[in-house]
Ligand binder design. Structure first.
Ligand code: SF4
Ligand code: SF4
Length: 213
């Protein structure tokens, strides 16, 4: 009982705090009445940088809350496809792993933005779209064209060991874009095509053993 009555009496420290607040003003910031400017190094909402992101999807693999979605949309008739990568803020904890593990180092970066309150959580996101390189035989996505070009840049002359990367660097040449698709594998020259891992294996097997599986 004695303890309770003591609790009701304000402590000296609290009285001092109250007096100081009366003179100096409150410690709290008047947000949202006055816009708040976060301190440097503040970890706010991550944002994609479309010029630096190559669409590899590594950030989605490391995200601890699985809030980065990678969607590959393929139009089989036209033989084109795009990869859409969406980071939904609803489950983002601003940990920064996506930025830390981004293969280009700048594809996604934490911003200073923190005021994301909304009634529709799915409406708050950051998104990037990239054109897909499709397997010339089965039409499955291999990766994005930008990812292949980025690999060429990283590998330098070693990129000449990989036909897909070399093809990607020439992809802007209209003649290459228009070349007719051939669905079957005929010989070693098929190596110079965009192929998924399964069909690239088949080309190598054909070359080494002289027959299809
Ligand atoms: S900051 Fe963390 S939780 Fe948010 S998207 Fe990046 S990795 Fe995922
Ligand atoms: S380049 Fe970076 S931001 Fe873009 S998909 Fe890859 S890891 Fe994510």
């Amino acid at each position: 009982m004695e303890g309770r009555s003591n609790m009701k009496k304000p402590k000296i420290r609290e009285i001092k705090e109250a007096l100081r607040a009366l003179i100096k003003g409150p410690y709290t910031v008047p947000f949202p009445k006055v816009p708040h400017k976060p301190y440097p190094g503040f970890r706010g909402a991550p944002k994609f940088n479309p010029d630096e992101c190559v669409g590899c999807g590594a950030c989605a693999n490391v995200c601890p809350t699985n809030t980065i979605e990678v969607e590959d949309l393929v139009d089989e008739e036209k033989g084109v496809g795009k990869r859409i990568i969406t980071l939904y803020y609803q489950n983002c904890e601003f940990c920064g792993f996506c930025q830390e593990c981004c293969i280009t180092g700048k594809g996604v970066e934490l911003s200073q933005e923190f005021d994301l309150a909304t009634f529709d959580r799915k409406s708050i996101f950051t998104r990037v779209e990239k054109e897909l390189a499709l397997c010339e035989i089965c039409g499955k996505p291999v990766t994005t064209w930008d990812h292949l070009r980025w690999l060429e840049d990283k590998l330098g002359y070693l990129a000449y060991t990989n036909p897909q990367i070399i093809l990607a660097t020439h992809y802007d040449i209209e003649e290459i874009k228009k070349k007719p698709l051939r669905k079957e594998i005929k010989g070693r020259f098929d190596q110079m095509r965009i192929l998924c891992p399964q069909h690239r294996r088949e080309v190598y097997r054909l070359e080494e053993r002289g027959k299809k599986k």
